[in-house]
Design a protein around this ligand. Structure first.
Ligand SMILES: Nc1nc2c(ncn2[C@@H]2O[C@H](COP(=O)(O)OP(=O)(O)OP(=O)(O)O)[C@@H](O)[C@H]2O)c(=O)[nH]1
Length: 291
Protein backbone atom coordinates (compact mmCIF):
# COMPACT_ATOMS: atom_id res chain seq x y z
CA UNK A 1 0.00 0.00 0.00
CA UNK A 2 1.23 3.51 -0.78
CA UNK A 3 2.64 5.49 2.11
CA UNK A 4 -0.05 7.63 3.69
CA UNK A 5 0.74 11.22 4.55
CA UNK A 6 -0.01 10.48 8.18
CA UNK A 7 2.08 7.37 8.40
CA UNK A 8 4.70 7.08 11.08
CA UNK A 9 7.22 6.37 8.40
CA UNK A 10 6.86 10.08 7.76
CA UNK A 11 6.01 11.51 11.19
CA UNK A 12 8.66 9.37 12.84
CA UNK A 13 11.26 9.45 10.14
CA UNK A 14 14.01 10.90 12.35
CA UNK A 15 13.45 8.32 14.99
CA UNK A 16 13.41 5.24 12.81
CA UNK A 17 16.20 6.29 10.50
CA UNK A 18 18.47 7.55 13.27
CA UNK A 19 20.86 5.60 15.52
CA UNK A 20 20.14 1.89 15.85
CA UNK A 21 20.42 1.70 19.62
CA UNK A 22 17.92 3.16 22.07
CA UNK A 23 19.19 6.20 24.01
CA UNK A 24 17.52 8.88 26.13
CA UNK A 25 17.22 10.90 22.95
CA UNK A 26 15.16 8.12 21.37
CA UNK A 27 12.57 8.54 24.11
CA UNK A 28 12.45 12.31 23.67
CA UNK A 29 11.99 11.93 19.95
CA UNK A 30 9.34 9.29 20.42
CA UNK A 31 7.41 11.55 22.77
CA UNK A 32 7.61 14.50 20.39
CA UNK A 33 6.50 12.33 17.48
CA UNK A 34 3.53 10.93 19.40
CA UNK A 35 2.41 14.45 20.24
CA UNK A 36 2.90 15.65 16.68
CA UNK A 37 0.76 12.77 15.45
CA UNK A 38 -1.98 13.96 17.84
CA UNK A 39 -2.12 11.06 20.22
CA UNK A 40 -2.79 13.66 22.92
CA UNK A 41 -0.65 14.04 26.08
CA UNK A 42 -2.37 11.36 28.19
CA UNK A 43 -2.29 8.62 25.57
CA UNK A 44 1.29 9.55 24.59
CA UNK A 45 2.43 9.32 28.19
CA UNK A 46 0.70 6.03 28.78
CA UNK A 47 2.25 4.51 25.65
CA UNK A 48 5.69 5.76 26.69
CA UNK A 49 5.31 4.27 30.18
CA UNK A 50 4.27 0.94 28.74
CA UNK A 51 7.14 0.87 26.26
CA UNK A 52 9.74 1.85 28.83
CA UNK A 53 8.57 -0.99 31.06
CA UNK A 54 8.62 -3.46 28.16
CA UNK A 55 12.06 -2.34 27.05
CA UNK A 56 13.38 -2.84 30.56
CA UNK A 57 11.68 -6.18 31.14
CA UNK A 58 12.77 -7.70 27.83
CA UNK A 59 16.16 -5.94 27.79
CA UNK A 60 15.43 -4.42 24.40
CA UNK A 61 18.25 -2.31 23.02
CA UNK A 62 17.45 -1.74 19.36
CA UNK A 63 15.21 0.97 17.90
CA UNK A 64 13.99 -1.63 15.40
CA UNK A 65 12.55 -3.69 18.25
CA UNK A 66 11.08 -0.59 19.84
CA UNK A 67 9.21 0.03 16.62
CA UNK A 68 7.74 -3.46 16.73
CA UNK A 69 6.52 -3.17 20.31
CA UNK A 70 5.16 0.31 19.56
CA UNK A 71 3.12 -1.14 16.71
CA UNK A 72 1.82 -3.93 18.94
CA UNK A 73 0.97 -1.52 21.75
CA UNK A 74 -1.01 0.71 19.41
CA UNK A 75 -2.81 -2.22 17.82
CA UNK A 76 -3.77 -3.60 21.21
CA UNK A 77 -5.19 -0.27 22.29
CA UNK A 78 -7.08 0.24 19.03
CA UNK A 79 -8.55 -3.25 19.31
CA UNK A 80 -10.09 -2.53 22.71
CA UNK A 81 -13.14 -1.14 20.87
CA UNK A 82 -15.44 -3.23 18.72
CA UNK A 83 -15.71 -1.79 15.19
CA UNK A 84 -18.57 -4.10 14.11
CA UNK A 85 -21.47 -2.36 12.41
CA UNK A 86 -24.80 -3.72 13.61
CA UNK A 87 -26.94 -3.99 10.53
CA UNK A 88 -28.95 -7.15 11.06
CA UNK A 89 -32.40 -5.50 11.33
CA UNK A 90 -34.55 -5.39 8.15
CA UNK A 91 -34.39 -2.61 7.32
CA UNK A 92 -31.31 -1.50 9.26
CA UNK A 93 -31.72 2.23 9.85
CA UNK A 94 -28.54 4.30 10.11
CA UNK A 95 -28.53 7.93 11.18
CA UNK A 96 -25.49 9.95 10.16
CA UNK A 97 -24.76 12.97 12.36
CA UNK A 98 -22.00 15.55 12.80
CA UNK A 99 -21.20 19.23 12.33
CA UNK A 100 -21.22 20.80 8.86
CA UNK A 101 -18.37 20.16 6.51
CA UNK A 102 -16.93 17.10 8.23
CA UNK A 103 -17.89 14.88 5.30
CA UNK A 104 -21.30 13.45 6.21
CA UNK A 105 -22.81 13.52 2.74
CA UNK A 106 -19.65 12.23 1.08
CA UNK A 107 -19.45 9.44 3.64
CA UNK A 108 -23.05 8.40 2.97
CA UNK A 109 -22.31 8.20 -0.76
CA UNK A 110 -19.20 6.10 -0.22
CA UNK A 111 -20.87 3.93 2.40
CA UNK A 112 -23.89 3.25 0.17
CA UNK A 113 -21.56 2.17 -2.62
CA UNK A 114 -19.53 0.00 -0.24
CA UNK A 115 -22.70 -1.75 0.94
CA UNK A 116 -24.01 -2.42 -2.56
CA UNK A 117 -20.94 -4.61 -3.05
CA UNK A 118 -22.49 -6.92 -0.42
CA UNK A 119 -25.69 -7.11 -2.49
CA UNK A 120 -27.60 -4.87 -0.15
CA UNK A 121 -30.58 -2.90 -1.34
CA UNK A 122 -29.98 0.62 -0.08
CA UNK A 123 -32.03 3.78 0.22
CA UNK A 124 -30.79 7.14 1.49
CA UNK A 125 -32.88 9.93 3.00
CA UNK A 126 -32.06 13.64 2.68
CA UNK A 127 -33.20 14.87 6.08
CA UNK A 128 -30.86 17.88 6.01
CA UNK A 129 -33.72 19.90 4.55
CA UNK A 130 -32.61 23.44 5.31
CA UNK A 131 -29.98 23.62 2.64
CA UNK A 132 -31.18 22.86 -0.86
CA UNK A 133 -27.54 22.30 -1.84
CA UNK A 134 -27.22 19.53 0.75
CA UNK A 135 -30.17 17.68 -0.80
CA UNK A 136 -28.72 18.10 -4.29
CA UNK A 137 -25.32 16.90 -3.15
CA UNK A 138 -26.78 13.76 -1.61
CA UNK A 139 -28.73 13.21 -4.83
CA UNK A 140 -25.50 13.29 -6.82
CA UNK A 141 -23.85 10.79 -4.49
CA UNK A 142 -26.88 8.49 -4.55
CA UNK A 143 -26.71 8.46 -8.32
CA UNK A 144 -23.00 7.69 -8.32
CA UNK A 145 -23.52 4.88 -5.83
CA UNK A 146 -26.51 3.57 -7.79
CA UNK A 147 -28.92 3.72 -4.83
CA UNK A 148 -32.36 5.25 -4.34
CA UNK A 149 -33.08 8.46 -2.46
CA UNK A 150 -35.99 10.12 -0.66
CA UNK A 151 -35.86 13.92 -0.92
CA UNK A 152 -38.02 16.54 0.77
CA UNK A 153 -40.98 17.66 -1.33
CA UNK A 154 -40.19 21.26 -0.55
CA UNK A 155 -37.27 23.13 0.99
CA UNK A 156 -37.45 23.33 4.76
CA UNK A 157 -39.81 20.35 5.08
CA UNK A 158 -39.67 18.85 8.57
CA UNK A 159 -36.55 16.63 8.62
CA UNK A 160 -38.43 14.10 10.76
CA UNK A 161 -41.04 13.68 8.04
CA UNK A 162 -38.35 12.98 5.41
CA UNK A 163 -36.77 10.43 7.76
CA UNK A 164 -40.19 8.85 8.33
CA UNK A 165 -40.92 8.64 4.59
CA UNK A 166 -37.49 7.08 3.96
CA UNK A 167 -38.00 4.35 6.54
CA UNK A 168 -41.60 3.78 5.46
CA UNK A 169 -40.46 3.22 1.90
CA UNK A 170 -37.62 0.97 3.09
CA UNK A 171 -40.18 -1.22 4.85
CA UNK A 172 -42.74 -1.22 2.04
CA UNK A 173 -40.23 -1.94 -0.69
CA UNK A 174 -38.01 -4.28 1.32
CA UNK A 175 -34.77 -2.38 1.38
CA UNK A 176 -31.99 -3.85 3.52
CA UNK A 177 -30.56 -0.56 4.73
CA UNK A 178 -31.80 3.03 5.05
CA UNK A 179 -29.13 5.70 5.61
CA UNK A 180 -30.34 9.09 6.75
CA UNK A 181 -28.39 12.33 6.35
CA UNK A 182 -29.07 14.96 9.03
CA UNK A 183 -28.35 18.66 9.48
CA UNK A 184 -25.08 19.74 11.06
CA UNK A 185 -26.03 23.22 12.04
CA UNK A 186 -29.07 24.99 13.41
CA UNK A 187 -29.49 28.29 15.21
CA UNK A 188 -28.70 26.67 18.54
CA UNK A 189 -27.18 23.41 19.71
CA UNK A 190 -30.31 22.76 21.75
CA UNK A 191 -32.43 23.22 18.63
CA UNK A 192 -30.28 20.80 16.68
CA UNK A 193 -30.39 18.16 19.41
CA UNK A 194 -34.18 18.57 19.71
CA UNK A 195 -34.47 18.08 15.97
CA UNK A 196 -32.32 14.93 16.04
CA UNK A 197 -34.36 13.63 18.97
CA UNK A 198 -37.54 14.16 16.99
CA UNK A 199 -36.08 12.46 13.89
CA UNK A 200 -35.23 9.50 16.02
CA UNK A 201 -38.60 9.27 17.80
CA UNK A 202 -40.47 9.44 14.54
CA UNK A 203 -38.31 6.72 12.95
CA UNK A 204 -38.76 4.51 15.99
CA UNK A 205 -42.51 4.45 15.39
CA UNK A 206 -41.62 2.32 12.38
CA UNK A 207 -38.33 0.58 13.10
CA UNK A 208 -35.46 0.59 15.60
CA UNK A 209 -32.40 2.72 14.79
CA UNK A 210 -29.51 0.28 14.25
CA UNK A 211 -26.61 2.73 14.22
CA UNK A 212 -26.05 6.43 14.89
CA UNK A 213 -22.73 7.26 13.26
CA UNK A 214 -20.95 10.46 14.26
CA UNK A 215 -18.69 11.78 11.52
CA UNK A 216 -15.48 13.52 12.63
CA UNK A 217 -12.92 15.29 10.47
CA UNK A 218 -9.47 13.95 11.40
CA UNK A 219 -7.71 17.12 10.27
CA UNK A 220 -9.42 19.11 13.04
CA UNK A 221 -8.19 16.69 15.72
CA UNK A 222 -9.01 17.44 19.35
CA UNK A 223 -10.69 20.68 18.34
CA UNK A 224 -13.23 18.90 16.16
CA UNK A 225 -13.96 16.55 18.99
CA UNK A 226 -14.90 19.49 21.22
CA UNK A 227 -17.32 20.69 18.54
CA UNK A 228 -18.95 17.28 18.36
CA UNK A 229 -19.41 16.98 22.12
CA UNK A 230 -23.15 17.74 22.02
CA UNK A 231 -23.76 14.86 19.61
CA UNK A 232 -21.90 12.46 21.88
CA UNK A 233 -23.89 13.64 24.88
CA UNK A 234 -27.34 13.79 23.32
CA UNK A 235 -27.59 11.91 20.03
CA UNK A 236 -27.15 8.30 21.20
CA UNK A 237 -24.05 7.81 19.03
CA UNK A 238 -23.11 4.14 18.47
CA UNK A 239 -19.94 4.58 16.46
CA UNK A 240 -17.55 7.03 14.82
CA UNK A 241 -16.54 7.67 11.24
CA UNK A 242 -13.21 9.44 10.78
CA UNK A 243 -12.89 11.31 7.50
CA UNK A 244 -10.00 13.04 5.74
CA UNK A 245 -7.32 10.83 7.20
CA UNK A 246 -5.58 11.13 3.84
CA UNK A 247 -5.02 14.84 4.41
CA UNK A 248 -3.95 14.54 8.00
CA UNK A 249 -0.68 14.01 9.80
CA UNK A 250 -2.78 13.22 12.85
CA UNK A 251 -3.16 9.45 12.68
CA UNK A 252 -2.75 9.32 16.46
CA UNK A 253 -6.10 11.04 16.79
CA UNK A 254 -7.66 7.70 15.92
CA UNK A 255 -6.56 6.25 19.23
CA UNK A 256 -7.16 9.30 21.38
CA UNK A 257 -10.67 9.80 19.99
CA UNK A 258 -11.66 6.25 20.93
CA UNK A 259 -10.27 6.64 24.42
CA UNK A 260 -11.85 10.05 24.95
CA UNK A 261 -15.32 9.11 23.73
CA UNK A 262 -15.39 5.41 24.64
CA UNK A 263 -16.81 4.88 21.13
CA UNK A 264 -15.42 2.62 18.42
CA UNK A 265 -14.31 3.92 15.04
CA UNK A 266 -16.36 1.91 12.56
CA UNK A 267 -15.43 3.50 9.24
CA UNK A 268 -12.50 5.49 7.91
CA UNK A 269 -12.51 7.92 4.97
CA UNK A 270 -9.24 8.37 3.14
CA UNK A 271 -10.07 10.44 0.09
CA UNK A 272 -12.79 12.17 -1.91
CA UNK A 273 -13.47 9.31 -4.30
CA UNK A 274 -16.37 6.90 -3.98
CA UNK A 275 -14.02 4.01 -3.18
CA UNK A 276 -12.18 5.85 -0.42
CA UNK A 277 -13.97 4.41 2.60
CA UNK A 278 -12.98 1.31 4.52
CA UNK A 279 -13.97 -0.52 7.65
CA UNK A 280 -11.64 -0.12 10.59
CA UNK A 281 -9.13 -2.91 11.18
CA UNK A 282 -6.79 -2.25 14.12
CA UNK A 283 -4.05 -4.51 12.76
CA UNK A 284 -3.98 -2.83 9.36
CA UNK A 285 -4.23 0.62 10.85
CA UNK A 286 -1.38 0.10 13.33
CA UNK A 287 0.71 -1.23 10.48
CA UNK A 288 -0.02 1.80 8.30
CA UNK A 289 0.63 4.13 11.19
CA UNK A 290 3.92 2.69 12.41
CA UNK A 291 5.16 1.20 9.15
N1 LIG B 1 -9.58 14.40 1.38
C1 LIG B 1 -10.78 14.02 1.81
N2 LIG B 1 -11.83 14.84 1.67
C2 LIG B 1 -13.03 14.45 2.11
C3 LIG B 1 -13.22 13.18 2.74
N3 LIG B 1 -14.53 13.08 3.09
C4 LIG B 1 -15.12 14.24 2.67
N4 LIG B 1 -14.24 15.07 2.09
C5 LIG B 1 -14.46 16.42 1.53
O1 LIG B 1 -14.94 17.26 2.58
C6 LIG B 1 -15.82 18.25 2.05
C7 LIG B 1 -17.11 18.28 2.87
O2 LIG B 1 -17.80 17.08 2.69
P1 LIG B 1 -19.38 16.96 2.80
O3 LIG B 1 -19.71 15.53 2.59
O4 LIG B 1 -20.05 17.98 1.99
O5 LIG B 1 -19.60 17.34 4.33
P2 LIG B 1 -20.96 17.46 5.14
O6 LIG B 1 -20.62 17.10 6.53
O7 LIG B 1 -22.03 16.68 4.48
O8 LIG B 1 -21.25 18.99 5.04
P3 LIG B 1 -22.66 19.72 4.92
O9 LIG B 1 -23.35 19.12 3.71
O10 LIG B 1 -22.26 21.15 4.73
O11 LIG B 1 -23.35 19.42 6.19
C8 LIG B 1 -16.02 17.89 0.59
O12 LIG B 1 -15.20 18.72 -0.18
C9 LIG B 1 -15.54 16.44 0.49
O13 LIG B 1 -15.04 16.11 -0.78
C10 LIG B 1 -12.06 12.32 2.91
O14 LIG B 1 -12.09 11.22 3.47
N5 LIG B 1 -10.87 12.80 2.42
Amino acid sequence: MAERSWSFSKAFRNLFTGPELITEETWDELEAALLTADFGPEVAESILDQLRADVERHRITEVKELRRILRDAIEERLAAYDPTLHLSERPAVILVVGVNGVGKTTTIGKFAKYLTAFDKKIIVGAADTFRAAAVEQLGTWAERAGVDIVKPQQQGQDPASVAFQTVQRAIDEQYDIAIIDTAGRLQTKGGLMDELGKVRRVIEKLAPVSEVLLVLDATTGQNGLAQAEAFIQHAGVTGLVLTKLDGSAKGGFVLSVQQKTGLAIKLVGQGEGIGDLTGFTPHVFAQQLVG
